[in-house]
Design a binder for this molecule. Structure first.
Ligand code: NAG
Ligand code: NAG
Ligand code: NAG
Length: 468
């Protein structure tokens, strides 16, 4: 965007030079000179930016280790039933097949997507050379040895204690269909919370917002739906504020719920639910900007668009200001972050529990306009990239001390047994030119590329832990 500003600045100069009384040769020489100057400044500026990125990358331990592109080679077993070699050849694209395998509980590839308990990440075990390693997709145990239940989650970094809190849907109940055509679901159990200092060893802090067992008219009655809880801290009121998607069995309520607490570990008091700005609100997140203003972002109008608007100062309500963004693009699962004054967002498509392609978006102003940068996924294989590594975005964790480096958090949903859904955490780097040249940029990239790198196993650099 700095390139764009420079262009704007030089334009009036050209016009001033166009005095009719001057000889045309003088005018055109001047225009030519200014154009050259302008082009030179664009090119040198671009070099400078690229140089800066290169420098930044070279000294970046995370990038050096984790930008290595890791390929996956998964052999798809021949589909059961019709088995002639010719039938196999006529099979539709492999893409369909691998997603089918993923969604098929009885697939021979089940262990690839949902590895069993034997390979669980157990921070309490003497893991030796596995310490601090993330294994995206494996079962992840808390400090008591139970699988972490924090789906559709988000992270709060409590700066005063230096502790990370992971809030998410506690889904440790049986999956069922409320009615024939309904989506697979689990009763509300509540919002789970886990705490950590290293983002790897998580202590269960219990249900910080439990379901309502008896009162059937309550939003949190166990028969309803609670999704994507996110918590932010309000400096002015000293309260921890939780926003979440609240729905009924049929997903017709399409509302957001708000709860508050004096402590990050709750208990949270549930206040009420509302249809934000009078519109349907389904998948949502909240984002707290550097200036303390927080925003609600939610899928609306049958998930065909996203809405964004600032919250009130106490974070307990929306204000009347709202913009429609990514209109007609049918995106959900938004995860926002900011880097060097630019806002970025990762979203998924809308295909229920089935995985689909992620997109990265960027904006100079959080209220938009938002432009789409493309698919941020790198590595794995084509299907991994077209399915967000068989997962769906939920949150982006900035890594303090490592500018431009983030952890991308996603859910690998297991629709047959939602409690067994897995966490896909991967390194995400902002830097380098975006793939898709955008309008009005004169061939120079305005946005940085957002890259999420697939790794079977990876860990944060030890220097990051030393900073904690
Ligand atoms: C440590 O690494 C070695 C070599 O990479 C491997 O053979 C061994 O199984 C690992 N140990 C553990 C506890 O993971
Ligand atoms: C049940 O919940 C509703 C909605 O929150 C509330 O208005 C009502 O007072 C509750 N009833 C009881 C008996 O607690
Ligand atoms: C779900 O929808 C059906 C039909 O529209 C309705 O009869 C039923 O009461 C709804 N259930 C809930 C829990 O809202």
């Amino acid at each position: 965007m700095r390139v764009r500003n420079q262009y704007r600045k030089s334009t009036p100069l050209c016009c001033n030079a166009g005095s009719r009384r001057s000889g045309s040769v003088v005018v055109w020489s001047l225009v030519g000179f200014l154009l050259m100057l302008h082009l030179y400044s664009l090119v040198s500026h671009n070099d400078e930016v690229a140089g800066e990125i290169r420098l930044h990358m070279r000294h970046h331990p995370l990038v050096r280790e984790l930008e290595q592109v890791e390929e996956e080679n998964i052999q798809i077993p021949p589909p059961r039933g019709r088995r002639s070699p010719r039938a196999a050849k006529r099979r539709p694209k492999r893409t369909t097949t691998l997603i089918d395998e993923f969604l098929d509980e009885n697939s021979q590839l089940r262990h690839v997507f949902f590895p069993g308990m034997k390979t669980a990440i157990d921070p309490m075990k003497d893991a030796r050379n596995d310490t601090f390693y993330y294994y995206p997709g494996r079962i992840w145990l808390d400090t008591e040895g139970n699988p972490i239940q924090a789906h559709g989650g988000g992270i709060l970094h409590d700066e005063r204690s230096g502790t990370y809190y992971w809030y998410g849907e506690y889904k440790d109940g049986p999956t069922y269909h409320a009615h024939k055509k309904g989506a697979a679901r689990v009763d509300i159990i509540g919002v789970g919370c886990y705490s950590s200092n290293d983002l790897w060893t998580w202590k269960n802090e219990g249900l910080v917002l439990p379901a309502e067992e008896t009162n059937e008219t309550h939003d949190l009655h166990k028969s309803n739906v609670l999704e994507r809880p996110k918590v932010i801290y309000n400096e002015k009121t000293g309260k921890y504020v939780m926003w979440m998607h609240i729905d009924d069995t049929n997903y017709t309520k399409a509302s957001v719920g708000i709860a508050i607490s004096d402590y990050p570990t709750g208990p949270f008091d549930y206040l009420h639910s509302t249809r934000p700005h009078g519109f349907e609100g389904r998948d949502m997140t909240i984002f707290k900007d550097d200036d303390g203003v927080a925003y609600l972002i939610y899928s609306s109008e049958d998930n065909s668009e996203l809405h964004i608007g600032p919250l009130t100062e106490d974070y307990l309500d929306v204000t009347p200001i709202m913009r429609r963004i990514l209109v007609g693009q049918h995106r959900e699962a938004p995860a926002l972050f900011k880097y060097r004054g630019t806002y970025y967002m990762i979203t998924s498509g809308c295909t229920g529990w089935a995985p689909n392609e992620a997109l990265a978006h960027a904006a100079e102003s959080i209220m938009g306009p938002w432009e789409t940068l493309g698919n941020p996924c790198i590595g794995g294989n084509k299907m991994f990239r077209l399915t967000t590594f068989f997962a769906q975005s939920t949150y982006v964790i900035p890594l303090p001390g490592f500018p431009g480096s983030f952890i991308f958090m996603a859910d690998r949903w297991n629709p047959a047994d939602l409690r067994d859904s897995r966490y896909i955490w991967l390194p995400m780097i902002v830097g380098g030119p975006a793939d898709r040249p955008l309008e009005f940029n004169f061939g120079f990239p305005l946005w940085s590329r957002v890259s999420i790198y697939w790794h079977k196993k990876w860990r944060l650099p030890s220097r990051w832990r030393a900073l904690q």
